[in-house]
Design a binder for this molecule. Sequence first.
Ligand code: C5P
Length: 219
Amino acid sequence: MNIAIDGPAGAGKSTVAKLVAKQLGYLYIDTGSMYRALAWAAFAHQVPIDDEKAVYELLMKNRITLQRDGETQRIFWNDQDITDSIRTPQVSQYASVVASYALVRQQMLVLQREMAKGGNVVMDGRDIGTHVLPEADVKIFLTASIRKRAERRLQELLQKGHQTDLASLEAEIAERDKRDMEREVAPLRQAEDAVLIDTSELTIPQVVDEILQICKQLG
Ligand code: C5P
């Protein structure tokens, strides 16, 4: 069985997807981290972020690998572990820019399908139910109010020692969602056969339970 979890930034996708994967003994794949890795590399290697061809070539000439590390996942750019460098607000913004490029998405699709081909994966992202795994057995669209999502991001970033505030995070998330929803290729939207879950007033265990119930019914 394959499970696709999509939704806007900060809806709790990765937290929930990791726990669902753990409960089911499935492989968790965070596709956002791949766009983040490319954005990080463009910045690190001074590739102009608005140059689609150059960003695509950077992707094609290098290797992004996801490695399981207990319950979490580490991400490598070639042999360099960049897991701890890709969660900054700046990488988030850059990620949604490189994610708007058709060539980049085409290649990410190839890589992501390859990773999922063994089955029993929980994959989270923006276009998993609509494009990457349109045949997924279970499709979930997670959302929450923008205030809640910004509050969650704030906690996450403060814990990691980043300095930021709620207002700038709300603005950052709104801008990123807009770019993700309005891009021409594989925009963020709920698949017709996805189940919508609004996590604004739910705890993490409640969301995980709801998804496990859905898996039982549909899987
Ligand atoms: O999920 P996360 O916030 O880490 O994703 C970072 C960015 O990567 C998103 O804002 C989006 O632009 C892009 N993304 C995407 N398609 C995916 C996963 C992420 O376009 N499947």
